[in-house]
Design a protein. Structure first.
Length: 163
């Protein structure tokens, strides 16, 4: 498996993996899927997009961008998507580690996740194992696809701890 920056030829596969997570409705805040045009614009607007490629196929990706501007511009945010056919293979862990390294390389000081759904235990365990700190809980902060609300748990990682 290769982790690398995305290229134009990856956009169709990236959009498909991204849309799969959006359509599941249990992790991403977005409700609208991407098409060829909106996907190209969305991924191009990020500070960095990384892909996990296996045998020439994009099996996962992440987006990295500032979480805010100005005096808070040193804090970045990221989202991760792994193909449902490849979950459980530790691809997400590889993506998070690559993201941390690229966030630091790009000059960010903190990586913050604003809205990790409390019931997303696999992601939460991964983040905690990698050293992310939970900031608290926001009651009913995420509307699930079926309409009920779940708590969200913001997390952060101090990038100064990386070599």
């Amino acid at each position: 498996m290769i982790l690398r920056e995305y290229g134009e030829n990856d956009l169709q596969e990236m959009t498909a993996v991204w849309n799969e997570v959006v359509e599941e409705g249990i992790a991403f805040p977005q409700e609208e899927t991407l098409n060829e045009v909106s996907g190209r614009e969305f991924f191009a607007s990020q500070s960095y997009c990384g892909v996990a490629e296996d045998d020439g196929i994009v099996v996962g990706l992440y987006i990295l961008h500032p979480n805010n501007v100005g005096r808070c511009g040193h804090i970045c945010n990221a989202s991760y998507a792994v193909s449902s056919l490849r979950r459980g293979e530790h691809i997400g862990e590889k993506l998070v580690k690559d993201c941390l390294a690229n966030a630091k390389r790009l000059g960010f000081g903190v990586l913050q996740f604003n809205a990790v759904v409390e019931s997303n235990i696999h992601a939460r365990h991964l983040y905690e194992r990698l050293g992310f700190v939970q900031l608290g809980t926001i009651p009913k902060g995420f509307r699930m696809k079926d309409g009920h609300y779940e708590n969200i748990c913001p997390y952060y990682y101090d990038l100064s701890f990386l070599p």
